[in-house]
Design a protein around this ligand. Sequence first.
Ligand SMILES: Nc1ncnc2c1ncn2[C@@H]1O[C@H](COP(=O)(O)OP(=O)(O)OP(=O)(O)O)[C@@H](O)[C@H]1O
Length: 289
Amino acid sequence: MLQIKGLKKSFGKREVLQEINVAIGTGVTGVLGPNGAGKTTLFRILATIYEPTQGEIKLDEWTWKHDLEKIRELCGYLPQHVGLFPSITVYEYLEYVGQLRKLTDSKKRRQRINQVLQEVNLESKRDDKIKKLSGGMKQRLGIAQAILHEPKLLLIDEPTAGLDPEERLRFRSLLRQQAQHRVILLSTHITEDVAMTCDRVCMMKNGHLDFYNALANVTQMAENKVWSMELSQDEFTKIRDSDECRIVATSETGGRLSVRVLANQRPIEHATPADPSLEEGYMIWLSEN
Ligand SMILES: Nc1ncnc2c1ncn2[C@@H]1O[C@H](COP(=O)(O)OP(=O)(O)OP(=O)(O)O)[C@@H](O)[C@H]1O
């Protein structure tokens, strides 16, 4: 269990994290938030790169204040931009990380590398130079370096940006496989990553964090606020320019526009209520926070 109490972080006079209080168990927890919300700052504190300005963090019985070395052993981190060495092979890189991570017994280290290569499906690439890997393969190697020492807390910062749909699916299923005995935090802007991968979700804005125990609680925020309708061009222009409505999807068939709109009131007489998505719940949360 990861417990964060009264966590604050300031850079100079700027308060970037404001009084974060949350307790997170095993499984994948999404951390959704727009640019600048404070997600990376939170992850860097958890990864022991930044020190908090105030507050307590605990993983099971270990604390960030008193057990820093132990926390470093228990924590795996895939940053937004992982520094892989292009001219060495996949295996050589994991050998290097294994030594940094104090896997000192060479036989056990070799076994663990082989096991992880299998888990992330990179066995056939083990002797390829890193520069030859695709973006998705590099992200999978990023996960491999983060889980090599079998961490209890796994921090993954925006992993699917720039991946093609197939690699994105593969990455999501890899994360799910890792979730059984670990606390995994997945930072992302992409609600679909959360919908497909996460057991629960936190939402961050301006350094403030709200925790939701089930994704359905976020989806529900858009209940009775999503409408679908067909519109003429004139009607479309009216709705688009209205302060009361926000168009979230549009498609065109035979000159008529099918539109999905977020609005507190029925935006036009023939609009029908629609089932909300996680993304729409998130958009409502963003507009209200
Ligand atoms: N080292 C630093 N010094 C000063 N300000 C910083 C520093 N690191 C981050 N910030 C500021 O803190 C705020 C939160 O940044 P952070 O990178 O944590 O957000 P984020 O949610 O990860 O955003 P993104 O999705 O764009 O990565 C931003 O306004 C950023 O400019």
